[in-house]
Unconditional design. Structure first.
Length: 292
């Protein structure tokens, strides 16, 4: 009899709670009060709806679900002010705010280099595989090809090649001069006057009080940072893609050491025969012809 009373009480509570769900439904329409931002995206879309509370602040998403990680277990230095802060710090590197800023600067610079490197490793090899005349197209063979008398031919595309061969010493000299100047400007937080598309001419004062990680101004010809909310969203996207690129470059290194081929060749073989050419078959040393 007691169990029957409990059962009736349980269903009674559910039936009484049902109207409450209907009453709470209109709250979804109150997007501005929930912290969501809707408006033109950075490519001009009017359908963008972005919730900054998901990526910033104490209620941001974490690297583990709530049932596996309590928010009071997170390092208090990781307070959600930085883009891409998921509370992940297993080695306890963020000892204080100053140390965290140093690691963040290093991470962001490496992430940007990795994104450029990943594109530079895949695109030339892909172009060469589709008919372009690219010397040393596989990324780990480029230096050897140039040392053997080869030259870099810029702007190589499958349909046409623009003849502009550059020997190794010219490429190295150009990189040393350009990157040396850029790194010096970044270190001193200063730079020369110049011209930037979308910005026009600017003088040395454009570098005053400039954020060394997100400078904007002449370095933002598309005006992506004009809207602070859009900039906050792009910062999250940048660091997420940058972290993926760093992992990708690590994968490229391992693939080159194991297979002796570039990422485009590995990818194309895997696409042709996913079950015959993958990590397991390579580690097992099984030679199998690709089939469609």
């Amino acid at each position: 009899m007691a169990s029957a009373i409990k059962t009736v009480a349980l269903f009674g509570k559910k039936s009484a709670a049902a109207p409450a769900k209907k009453a709470s439904a209109p709250k979804k329409a109150a997007a501005p009060s929930s912290g969501k931002s809707s408006g033109a995206g950075w490519l001009g879309s009017n359908s963008r709806s972005w919730n900054p509370d998901k990526w910033y602040g104490p209620d941001r998403v974490l690297f583990l679900p709530g049932g596996l990680l309590a928010r009071d277990e997170i390092n208090p230095v990781l307070n959600g002010t930085l883009p891409g802060d998921y509370g992940y710090d297993p080695l306890g590197l963020a000892k204080d705010a100053e140390t965290l800023e140093k690691y963040r600067a290093n991470e962001l610079l490496h992430a940007r280099w990795a994104m450029l490197a990943a594109a530079g490793a895949i695109i030339p090899e892909g172009l060469a595989a589709n008919g372009a005349d690219v010397k040393g197209a596989t990324w780990f063979e480029t230096g050897a090809a140039m040392l053997n008398g080869g030259t870099l031919n810029w702007f190589a595309v499958p349909i046409a090649n623009i003849s502009n061969p550059l020997p190794l010493f010219a490429v190295v000299a150009a990189n040393v001069v350009l990157m040396g100047a850029v790194e010096n400007y970044r270190r001193t937080e200063a730079g020369p006057a110049g011209y930037s598309p979308g910005v026009g001419k600017f003088d040395e004062s454009a570098y005053d009080n400039m954020d060394p990680l997100y400078p904007g101004g002449p370095f933002d010809p598309l005006g992506l940072a004009d809207d602070p909310e859009v900039l906050a969203e792009l910062k999250v996207k940048e660091i997420k893609n940058g972290r993926l690129a760093m992992v990708s470059m690590l994968g490229f290194f391992v693939q080159a050491a194991v297979t002796g081929e570039g990422p485009y060749a590995n990818w194309s073989k895997h696409i042709q025969d996913p079950f015959g050419y993958n990590l397991l078959t390579i580690l097992a040393g099984e030679d199998r012809a690709a089939v469609l």
